[in-house]
Design a protein around this ligand. Structure first.
Ligand code: ATP
Length: 456
């Protein structure tokens, strides 16, 4: 049963792979590191972009009922009053009387310090908003907040978007961007940090149809992860108990992933009712309603909010893709990323550094990089280079050998099966394209190729 499963890889292995291969680094490491902040390296930034692009494509590009925006991080302070964050965006904070470490009260399970077992102080409510000042004067009139969610940027633009996009209910607005929370206990690598990125949808519907749309988005969002390769058994839906519900939510489910520390939230999907638009109407004095032609009435739409984290998704995609298998040299580490997410799509590998191979190998490299992010590697043995590409999840490698100079054919090697085929240069892009789209490597392109069998 899913409940009893244990994740196949631990966090240390992933953290170390991320550092070694350039996915994620500790922020400001040069100065001893800035706790709970992370920097994405050359491969991490590609993976992140691919996740964002896949999300945008699925929730905006391929739909008629969605549009996107990009709102600013600093907003009018009244936004946070209206949204309830100034008052209610708090976590219970408690401190150990012995070691003085601070905890979120719900983490101290038996009421004792999780670190030293010491006695804890009475919890007090701690507001997670980051404060700063706008302009040269540091006083209360110039206080602004770093947004703790991207959602409010959508609500305050509801009228603008409605007027300019001429959408009819139901329709949604999507946004990707940074959010900031002064978390009491950040941790578990990029799972919980103080600066992170969200991918949020506010989907506006007619009251009365909200439950049906809530179920729709639950399924839609769950399948997004599955379609991008996350194993179904590592995902589950969990309904929030009444006491867990945020102040605005009518109903909320989490999509959870089986992280190394156990089942934890990957994305939250909430039915927010008309809370946000009503509150912003009340605080701004502007009526944020929709004219329903059918009934001839102005209505306040209900909102379904699927709210995902870019960093948490990235961690889940990494963990789920990680695989190890024995090979001749010990252990082959493979990141079995879905091709859509893989940071590097194709590696171009001349069989050796022999100068005779270089011109053709460079020509192939220059051709392919017009289509995809491609890496050229001619250092060390071909076996070592295949392993290096496996470890960063590159789905395909193209090898140029001496025979290629004679017959204008190259070898394509598949990361997952390690199978190889030889294809004429004339159909190389087309074959790679089909393979990246999920066709088995054995499928012959027009113009022919022949099966080489298992490599290595
Ligand atoms: P948690 O219960 O884990 O603190 P939450 O319920 O407060 O999360 P939401 O407010 O629902 O989180 O935020 C939506 C999504 O944003 C989360 O599912 C997660 O993917 C991401 N997210 C929230 N807080 C953080 C954080 N501190 N670090 C990284 N991602 C986060």
């Amino acid at each position: 049963m899913a409940e009893e499963m244990t994740p196949k890889v631990n966090m240390e292995t992933i953290v170390s792979l991320c550092k070694r291969r350039g996915f994620v680094f500790q922020s400001s490491e040069l100065y001893g590191g800035q706790a709970s902040c992370w920097d994405y390296g050359p491969l991490g930034v590609e993976l992140k972009r691919n996740i964002r692009d896949a999300w945008w494509r699925s929730v905006v590009q391929e739909r008629d009922d969605m549009v996107g925006i990009d709102a600013s991080i600093l907003m009018h302070p009244q936004v946070w009053e209206a949204s309830g964050h100034l008052q209610g965006f708090t976590d219970p904070l408690t401190e150990c009387k012995g070691c003085h470490r601070r905890w979120r009260a719900d983490e101290a399970k038996d009421g004792r310090c999780p670190s030293c077992g010491g006695e804890l102080t009475e919890p007090r409510m701690f507001n997670l908003l980051f404060k700063t000042f706008m302009g040269p004067v540091e006083d209360s009139a110039s206080t602004v907040y770093l947004r703790p969610e991207t959602a409010q940027g959508i609500f305050v633009n509801f009228e603008n978007v409605l007027a300019t996009s001429r959408k009819k209910l139901p329709f949604g607005i999507a946004q990707i961007g940074k959010s900031f929370r002064n978390e009491i206990t950040p941790g578990n690598f990029i799972f919980r940090s103080r600066e992170f990125e969200q991918m949020e949808i506010e989907y506006f519907v007619k009251p009365g149809t909200d439950e049906q749309w809530f179920r729709y988005w639950l399924e839609e969002r769950f399948n997004w992860y599955v379609n991008l390769g996350i194993k179904r058994q590592n995902l589950r839906l969990r309904e929030h108990m009444h006491h867990e519900l945020a102040h605005y939510a009518k109903c909320c489910y989490d999509i959870e992933y089986l992280f190394p520390m156990g089942w934890s939230e990957l994305e939250g999907i909430a039915n927010r009712g008309d809370y946000d638009l009503s509150r912003h109407s009340q605080f701004s004095g502007r009526s944020l309603t929709y004219f329903d032609e059918e009934s001839g009435q102005h209505i306040t739409p209900y909102v379904i909010e699927p709210s995902a984290g870019v960093d948490r998704s990235l961690l889940a995609f990494l963990l789920d893709a990680y695989d190890e298998e024995p090979d001749k040299e010990g252990i082959r580490v493979v990141l079995r990323f879905h091709p859509t997410l893989a940071p590097v799509k194709v590696a171009v590998l001349p069989l050796s550094r022999n100068p005779r191979l270089q011109p053709l190998a460079r020509e192939v490299y220059n051709r392919l990089r017009r289509c995809w992010l491609v890496q050229y590697d001619d250092a060390q043995s071909i076996g070592r280079r295949y392993r290096r590409q496996d470890e960063i999840g590159t789905p395909l490698a193209v090898t140029i050998d001496f025979q290629s100079l004679e017959d204008n054919q190259v070898t394509i090697r598949d990361r997952d099966t390690m199978k190889q085929i030889r294809v004429p240069l004339g159909v190389l892009e087309e074959t790679l394209e089909r393979k990246l789209a999920g066709e088995p490597l054995e499928v012959l392109p027009p113009g022919g190729s022949y099966w080489l069998g298992w490599g290595e």
